[in-house]
Design a protein around this ligand. Sequence first.
Ligand SMILES: [Zn+2]
Length: 182
Amino acid sequence: MSSFVDKDFGEVIVRRSAWSTHVKASVATSGKLTISVPAGTSDFLAKRFLNSMREDIKKKLPIKDPSTQRARDAQKKILMKKARDYLPYRLDFWATKYGYHYSGCRLSHANTRWGSRSSSGTISLNIGLMKVPEPLRDYVIIHELAHINHMDHSAAFWHEVGEHDPNYKRHREQLKQFSPGV
Ligand SMILES: [Zn+2]
């Protein structure tokens, strides 16, 4: 076994096996690209095989470049810290201003939603909100607070959102340009 670093895939593992009769690319559980080659194949040849399969691999294999993963983890940590110092206070600010009562604030990092309100009254806010402009962030908070009085997205619900955020339609539209995932 040997390995080399590739510009697209990060560390690539070369696995040699006496039983291999042809070259095969796969992804190890570590997320690294693995090239299986017949015993005796040099790294030089393995790289040539990789080049000939490069576009195919990019299309077909779910490669997690470890350095990209690390960068993502670091970004998540930074966002979490920013969110902790900001979102619970901002939620409290709007709730106090408009007289809402909620039982707690939870920070989430789900990929699909900006916020939610549980039946027990806890409001969840996505740490990804720290990446969007403040008016959109406030819109999400006001949206979740309005769910305290309305469990659905009825006309009455939107009317209440509109009372606290007159530009909510525009904010809702603009929010679609962002994704909650980190
Ligand atoms: Zn809603």
